[in-house]
Design a protein around this ligand. Structure first.
Ligand SMILES: NC(=O)c1ccc[n+]([C@@H]2O[C@H](COP(=O)([O-])OP(=O)(O)OC[C@H]3O[C@@H](n4cnc5c(N)ncnc54)[C@H](OP(=O)(O)O)[C@@H]3O)[C@@H](O)[C@H]2O)c1
Length: 233
């Protein structure tokens, strides 16, 4: 696709991988809107990187509907949705509360669904659009302590397959991205220590891979790809 002049939304764009994707899309000439729940940090990030912002929770239906509607009202169209907002809870099954599982699903699954649905309604009208879902290598293989996070990403992968099959008939490309470990605040938020290293992934590698996938001529597309650090050892 032609990224220059395209209208894009990146959910969870105030930091981490989402912010890197917003910067990369802006550098390609896109009109980018980032979203997030904490308005102060969202506004600060948007001003720093020179993009628009709309505060909201992807898991709240009214917020998702309003976010997509405001962007379409302002720009007259929507070309790219990056469903990036997400978080994890990591606990053994025997310690897990139902509310913790529900919270992760509210953002990672229901939030991705709500944003995708609103965007897809516009994409079908336009008969064009790009939907990028940020999953994880945890969505390819479960592991101990990862009931909530891994299963939410498995669900996202399943929804992606359904949407891809439905929407390609309207020329909409639906792609899934599985980053391996990326150095962001994701880990400190769940009380995990992340060992930092120049050899580990930054958000920029994920963003560059997404830009590359979007730039493929619309005759074709890359349905799913994973991004690993080459030599993090
Ligand atoms: N870091 C990794 O190693 C890694 C690896 C694979 C996949 N991923 C995935 O990549 C995505 C981004 O992760 P990250 O590492 O960049 O995380 P991060 O640094 O913690 O950033 C998360 C972003 O999402 C926003 N957010 C969270 N919940 C939201 C909600 N309900 N509604 C709207 N915005 C919300 C946060 O802002 P607010 O808190 O202000 O809402 C923030 O902007 C996630 O889907 C994650 O699962 C991360």
């Amino acid at each position: 696709m032609e990224l220059n002049g395209a209208v894009a939304i990146v959910t969870g764009g105030s930091e981490g991988i989402g912010k890197a994707i917003a910067v990369a899309l802006k550098n390609e000439g896109c009109n980018v809107t980032i979203t997030g729940r904490r308005e102060a940090s969202l506004r600060t990030a948007a001003e720093e990187i020179g993009v628009e912002w709309i505060a909201g929770d992807v898991g709240v239906e009214a917020d998702a509907v309003r976010t997509v509607a405001e962007v379409i009202e302002k720009h007259g169209r929507l070309d790219v949705l990056v469903n990036n907002a997400g978080y994890g809870v990591f606990k053994p099954l025997v310690e897990m509360e139902l509310g913790e599982l529900e919270g992760v699903y509210r953002t990672n699954v229901f939030g991705a669904f709500l944003m995708a649905r609103e965007a897809a309604r516009q994409f079908v009208k336009q008969q064009s659009g790009e939907l990028i879902n940020i999953s994880s290598t945890s969505g390819l293989k479960g592991g101990r302590g990862s009931t909530a996070y891994s299963s939410s990403k498995f669900a996202l992968r399943g929804m992606t397959e359904c949407w891809r099959d439905e929407l390609r008939r309207s020329n909409v490309r639906v792609m899934l991205v599985n980053p391996s470990e990326v150095q962001t605040e994701f880990f400190s938020k769940v009380g995990r220590n992340q060992e930092l290293s120049d050899k580990k992934l930054r958000g920029q590698e994920i963003a560059d891979a997404i830009v590359g996938a979007l730039k493929v001529d619309n005759r074709g597309f890359i349905p799913e790809f994973s991004v690993f650090a080459t030599n993090p050892f």
